[in-house]
Design a protein around this ligand. Structure first.
Ligand SMILES: NC(=O)c1ccc[n+]([C@@H]2O[C@H](COP(=O)([O-])OP(=O)(O)OC[C@H]3O[C@@H](n4cnc5c(N)ncnc54)[C@H](OP(=O)(O)O)[C@@H]3O)[C@@H](O)[C@H]2O)c1
Length: 264
């Protein structure tokens, strides 16, 4: 018996990376998972197939976020998959990073696009989801450590700061319905967004900045999100939790030769 038997979940950006890991774990716990994606149909289909092959339930929902009508498209697909069932769990995970959107070089178009995908979309997805969500539901937003350490990608970091603020504010208003709202803030995690980690030297350097001696894997974050989605987290709301292996806790430390194996 899973911790989420009988529940339903929407995970945005679940075709790849962290969102995929969240979807796999929620499904493993028994939830019916709506696997949202933007354009990578093959990756979304693979997430759904993996869940089903493991005995879980899932369906894919396509909606490009950050464009007019995005939320309507998402909820039309969600309704088709859920039928009459409510939405118990929402995980706002989909986001983009634009490396050129620095203080010096960001264009207004890049700025607007980042805020449209990373802030406007999760805000209005949440607004709609709250109408489908029964009392006692769960909302988890995926933010970033870039909210507390300096990074050249200023606009991306600003969008994630906005998400942190949304989480605190919403936790207060949704609390009356027993809905918890928490924020999971990953550190440096091996996904397509961080394809530079494929370089062993880059991965080694990251390992020196992490107390646990390695970059994160998507499942490291997915498991934390699943905790907040479960009844075990019933008395936790309005919190932001760093899931980063102890990133930048102190000066760089060379990991021992036999560092903990990368899992996930
Ligand atoms: N990786 C890290 O080190 C790291 C660190 C801190 C925070 N985070 C946060 O963790 C979350 C997941 O990141 P990730 O590294 O797993 O990213 P990723 O590997 O790049 O995957 C992004 C996911 O979001 C979807 N997506 C992106 N833009 C979209 C759009 N405009 N419309 C619809 N769907 C869209 C993608 O769908 P398609 O497959 O269809 O493109 C994909 O499923 C993000 O919120 C990110 O900011 C990541």
């Amino acid at each position: 018996m899973g911790k989420l038997d009988g529940r339903t979940a929407l995970v945005t950006g679940a075709s790849r990376g962290i969102g995929r890991a969240v979807a796999l774990r929620l499904a493993e716990e028994g939830a019916l998972v709506a696997v949202h994606y933007g354009g990578n149909e093959a990756a979304a289909a693979d997430t759904v197939a993996t869940i089903r092959n493991r005995g879980g339930e899932a369906f894919a929902v396509r909606a490009e976020l950050g464009v007019p009508g995005d939320v309507d498209a998402l909820f039309a697909g969600l309704a088709a998959g859920l039928g009459e069932r409510p939405l118990d769990i929402l995980v706002n995970n989909a986001a983009i990073i634009t490396r050129t959107a620095t203080m010096e070089a960001a264009t207004p178009e890049e700025f607007d696009r980042l805020f449209a995908v990373n802030v406007r979309a999760p805000f209005f997805i949440t607004q709609r989801a709250l109408r489908l969500m029964p009392d006692g539901g769960r909302i988890v937003n995926v933010s970033s450590g870039a909210t507390w350490f300096a990074t050249p990608e200023t606009v991306y970091a600003m969008t994630k700061g906005a998400l942190n603020v949304l989480g605190r504010s919403l936790a207060q208003s949704a609390g009356a319905r027993g809905i918890t709202v928490n924020t999971v803030s990953p550190g440096i995690t091996a996904t397509d967004m961080n394809s530079w980690l494929d370089d062993p030297e880059a991965a080694r350097q990251v390992s020196t900045m992490v107390a646990l001696g390695r970059p994160g894997q998507p499942a490291d974050v997915g498991d934390a999100v699943a905790f907040f989605a479960s009844d075990d987290a019933r008395w936790i709301t309005g919190q932001t939790v760093e899931v980063n292996g102890g990133l930048l806790l102190g000066p760089p430390v060379e990991p021992p030769a036999a560092a903990a194996p990368v899992s996930g």
